[in-house]
Design a protein around this ligand. Structure first.
Ligand code: GTP
Ligand code: MG
Length: 361
């Protein structure tokens, strides 16, 4: 377990300027190791890495945005990874370069699951036209969203033109992932309804394409029934786009049936939305939403870290929980503390050139 971490530290400990320029150059050439290093930087919570990551992303921004970003979600074991392997290889056969980001927000799925994913994508992992990156467990949905958003941009700058983002379809993270991608694909097993599969109705509503996997052998008939169930259920759900009817189709990732048709769906979807401007609108809205979630996240970070707030937070929280104070009044008091401290803090720091901790700025 130690070795990769130690290596990672060495790789990232070069002087900033040098790492940055060399990394950028290699990444632009499509060097997969450079891409992996840049993603590691993006995932790091160290402030100096964050600064470096932001500089890299800004520098690469003009080269991003050209890929199709596809979210792939569904209940555990539905066959997402097996599908991605087949789908990715079919994409390569069509001349695409495929990047796979396996987002794993739940820390309960440890290294074992990620390792399992990689072996399930062994052939794709070996292809020179593919890049597979299992993302480490994030601590907050916001963190998952930021890291994935930035990793997508890095993959695009490295010349990958289809980015597949895999998540497990049971929690908050897929709503976040759906907001990062152009097309959201839901993969289901032949068995049971939403409840049985442990997915939320809200996730079905986000889907731009529904695939019922494992339509092979003994499960073939059940898969067709599930397709029919979902096709009629989709008739009751307001479609995400008037110009797009959400297809529901059976596939077998194991046997490779129906996989090429999914690339046709991707192209049809892209063309239909591009034609009406919805493609660009979705991305523009996503950029705005990302800005606000970044503002929200960093405000919260600063709020929690403010000494005056930190000092009172636990006590105030307890009063609210005990019902002796209203959340509104308590929040206002803490916010006032925060604002006052932020205003006071900025004056002497600017005058002395020192940071809050007393270091030279
Ligand atoms: N019969 C059949 N089995 C499949 C198919 N696709 C996947 N499986 C099997 O289903 C199991 C789960 O496959 P995965 O690809 O790991 O599923 P996943 O959705 O990525 O799982 P998690 O990442 O753990 O949520 C494996 O045993 C696969 O061999 C298929 O098309 N047909
Ligand atoms: Mg998987």
């Amino acid at each position: 377990m130690r070795a990769p971490q130690a290596r990672r530290r060495v790789l990232l400990s070069c002087p900033d300027g040098v790492t940055g320029a060399a990394l950028l150059q290699a990444l632009r050439r499509g060097d997969r190791r450079a891409l992996a290093r840049a993603i590691t930087l993006v995932e790091s919570s160290r402030p100096d890495h964050r600064g470096e990551a932001e500089r890299i992303i800004e520098a690469l921004l003009p080269e991003t945005g050209k890929a199709v970003r596809i979210g792939i979600s569904g209940p555990p074991g539905a066959g997402k990874s097996t599908f991605i392997e087949r789908f990715g290889l079919a994409g390569i056969a069509l001349g695409r370069r495929i990047a796979v980001l396996a987002v794993d927000p739940a820390s309960k799925r440890g290294g074992g699951a990620i390792l399992g994913d990689k072996t399930r994508m062994a052939e794709l992992a070996r292809a020179p036209e593919a890049f597979i990156r299992p993302s480490s467990a994030g601590d907050t949905p916001g963190g998952v969203a930021r890291r994935t958003r930035e990793a997508i941009l890095l993959c695009e700058a490295a010349g990958f033109d289809a980015i597949l983002v895999e998540t497990v379809g049971v929690g908050q993270a897929e709503t976040a992932v759906a907001e990062l991608v152009d097309m959201f694909v839901l993969i289901l097993s032949p068995a049971g309804g939403d409840e049985l599969q442990g997915i939320k109705r809200g996730i079905v509503e986000l889907a731009d394409l529904i695939l019922v996997n494992k339509a092979d052998g003994e499960l073939a008939a059940a898969a067709q029934r599930t397709v029919a169930d979902y096709a009629s259920a989709m008739g009751l759900i307001r479609p995400p786009y008037p110009e797009w009817q959400v297809p529901v189709r059976a596939v077998s990732a194991l046997e490779g049936t129906g996989i090429r048709e999914v690339w046709e769906d991707v192209n049809r979807f892209h063309n239909a939305l591009e034609h009406t401007g919805a493609w660009t609108r979705r991305r523009t809205e996503q950029a705005r939403a990302a800005l606000w979630s970044e503002i929200g996240d960093s405000l919260l970070d600063h709020f929690r870290a403010a000494p005056g707030v930190a000092q009172h937070l636990a006590a105030v929280e307890e009063e609210v929980m005990a019902g002796t104070r209203t959340p509104t009044a308590a929040a206002r008091e803490l916010l006032m503390l925060f604002v006052r401290e932020a205003c006071e803090g900025s004056v002497p720091r600017r005058r002395t050139g020192l940071t809050k901790r007393g270091r030279k700025a």
